[in-house]
Write a protein that binds this ligand. Structure first.
Ligand code: KG4
Ligand code: ZN
Length: 345
């Protein structure tokens, strides 16, 4: 069954065609440049941009896949969580296509799609559910930082989440204080590669707390005070690189330590990571060495599937369908605050 999927939960307009787990296309139009001048995503601008880009992305995804619209057998879209007006644009477009063509429609949970995105691999890309094993999964993005125990396919339980800022928000806000452009995460990543992570001693919030929650707002405040107390430290490239490496080191240390600890406690031999922050070079390296040390298998989402994309929405919808989940009504509404299934323990 060829499935057309649409994702518009934040600032990426994406459409994809998947068929039996294979990603036949994954067209993504990013709005980063549009929002950069405001230092963050402006919801109404995002929604307007989605409306402008949806049709070209759907056309591009269909063309690249080689599957004519007449052979599409199902339509999926992100139903939540996300920015209400942005979600509305993609969900209603997808439902319109499904209704008009009399196809089943599937409304997908955005974070649940991230959870399974590390299983997409290879060239051509394919969802490898045959390789699935129970895992602890880190989802780290601009809006969320969540640790999830994935017991079996489509059965998971949230272990912990950030109690304030997300890891990506901490990268972006710290970067803003340093005068870096939005989103600052990739800039900090690049500069950190040249710097000394021990140059500045930032706190590792909640590192020694026994729970699986995170907190990053205090770290951002430490960054602010450090810059206030040491004017001029960013004036040369070395100072900036050291500062970036130190901030990144603090964020990554916490993410890695808490993920590994949760994996050991839950008794799983596999860790996965996804979401925009999982593109971070330091995080990828540190997770790899910690997992190797603990003899835990690591599945990092490939970078194209770390950030928001419709392929992961299509892959999950198709898997849910195969495992017997019913379609979503064509008039179902958006769910901007949709909690990931499973109770926090
Ligand atoms: O998943 P994503 O594309 O969008 C959502 O927030 O849902 O994540 C975007 C976040 C931003 O905060 C951005 O700064 C961060 O991911 N990010 C990175 C890197 N690439 C993207 N953070 C650190 N290092 C990176 N290389
Ligand atoms: Zn996301």
């Amino acid at each position: 069954m060829a499935l057309l999927a649409i994702e518009t939960s934040c600032d990426e307009t994406s459409a994809s065609v998947v068929h039996e787990g294979r990603i036949l296309s994954n067209a993504v139009s990013s709005q980063v440049a549009l929002h950069a001048e405001y230092g963050g995503v402006v919801p109404e601008l995002a929604a307007r941009e989605h409306l402008r880009n949806l049709q070209p992305m759907v056309r591009a995804a269909l063309a690249e896949s080689g599957v004519p619209i007449s052979r599409i057998q199902g339509v999926a879209a992100t139903r939540g969580p996300g920015l209400p007006s942005a979600l509305m644009a993609g969900l209603k477009a997808a439902q319109g296509i499904a209704f008009t063509l009399r196809l089943p429609f599937f409304g997908v949970h955005h974070h649940e799609a991230h959870l399974y995105s590390p299983w997409i691999s290879g060239n051509p890309a394919q969802a490898r559910f045959d390789e699935f094993e129970p895992n602890v999964s880190l989802i780290a993005s601009g809006g969320h930082t969540i640790l999830v125990f994935v017991e079996s396919e489509l059965k998971h339980r949230v272990l912990g989440a950030t109690v304030d800022d997300a890891a990506g928000e901490c990268f972006d806000k710290s970067g803003k204080l340093m005068g870096l452009p939005y989103p600052a995460g990739p800039h900090i990543d690049r500069l950190a590669a040249e710097g000394n992570p021990k140059a500045f001693d930032f706190p590792r919030p909640k590192l020694s707390d026994p729970d699986d929650d995170f907190s990053f707002s205090g770290l951002k405040t430490s960054v602010r005070y450090c810059l206030r107390d040491h004017p001029g430290i960013l004036d040369d490239r070395k100072g900036l690189a050291d500062f970036c490496a130190s901030v990144q080191g603090a964020i990554v240390d916490v993410l890695v330590a808490k993920t590994i600890r949760a994996a050991k406690r839950m008794g799983v031999r596999c860790v996965t990571a996804s979401g925009g922050v999982s593109c971070n070079g330091g995080l990828r390296r540190q997770l790899a060495s910690a997992c190797a040390r603990e003899r835990i298998k690591l599945r990092l989402a490939e970078k194209a599937y770390c950030t928001d994309n419709a392929a992961m929405i299509g892959v999950l919808a198709e898997r849910q369908m195969i495992l017997g989940k019913d379609p979503t009504p064509c008039d179902a509404d958006i769910m901007p605050s949709w909690e990931l299934a499973g109770t926090k323990v």
